[in-house]
Design a protein. Structure first.
Length: 258
């Protein structure tokens, strides 16, 4: 098992410090939140991209994923979505990241139309992604929060470079048993994203193993040699404990579950 954490847990931390934190606490990689307010975003120049890649290489830390905000099932024209996908995938190629994260984003839309739009757009972008050695991962989230929802789209795409990101919180909130999620997502799975919360009504992050999510069961069903990333959503919950002080204990907790 290889471990990563998301920069959602360390908002506003300089990239050099993120890389040093990962290396110093025994994590193999990081998920970089990729948004205009963050240090990493698609408008970076070529020299800036080279510097980001070099920063993590010096620390011996992998950039696992660029966590983007493209909504592939959203209503509307394909053009803006395809442009967003292309920019995100090319940024990942320049940074050496094997994965990019995208959302469904089809709340309120006709389900069949949303599935078709997502499959069409992912299929179109997958060829570019393949040429750059990048996989586009559709996260279990919002309108497609279960493994069954995401696998329904990816089964239509049928391309190796369009896969799934299993966010265990959302499949749990969707009422889907871990065994069902794993069975649905297994053929497409890029990696597993973990977190923990006190209850379905209180989504504030808590240290791994102190909440209600069935982490042990989820991880027992995933590839033992794959990546597991801890998304600690400190950015959205200012009162939550700081992530850096939790990382070592979180690492040990995750290793104890496999």
């Amino acid at each position: 098992m290889k471990l990563a954490f998301s920069t959602l847990g360390v908002p506003a931390m300089p990239l050099a410090d993120v890389a040093a934190l990962a290396a110093g606490t025994g994590y193999d990689g990081v998920e970089l939140r990729t948004h205009p307010e963050e240090p990493v975003h698609p408008d970076l120049s070529a020299p800036e991209r080279q510097r980001v890649r070099a920063e993590f290489a010096r620390a011996g830390v992998e950039v696992l994923c660029l966590a983007g905000y493209v909504r592939v099932a959203a209503p509307g024209e394909d053009g803006p979505v395809l442009t967003g996908l292309d920019r995100l995938v090319r940024l990942a190629g320049d940074l050496g990241a094997p994965f990019v994260r995208v959302f469904p984003g089809a709340e309120g839309a006709d389900p069949a139309e949303a599935d078709a739009a997502a499959a069409r757009r992912l299929g179109a972008a997958a060829e570019t992604a393949a040429g750059l050695g990048v996989r586009i991962l559709l996260e279990t989230h919002d309108s497609h929060r279960t493994g069954a929802d995401v696998s329904r789209v990816l089964g239509t795409v049928g391309h190796r470079h369009a896969g799934a990101l299993w966010d265990v919180l959302h499949t749990w909130l969707g009422g889907e048993p871990p065994r069902t999620s794993a069975a649905c997502l297994g053929p497409f799975l890029g990696y597993v994203q973990v977190k923990d919360v006190a209850s379905a009504e209180d989504p504030a992050p808590v240290p791994l193993g102190t909440g209600v999510l069935p982490l042990a069961e989820c991880l027992s069903l995933a590839d033992g040699d794959g990546w597991v990333s801890w998304e600690y959503e400190k950015r959205w919950f200012k009162a939550a404990p700081e992530l850096p002080g939790l990382l070592v204990a979180g690492r040990e907790q995750l290793r104890s579950l496999r």
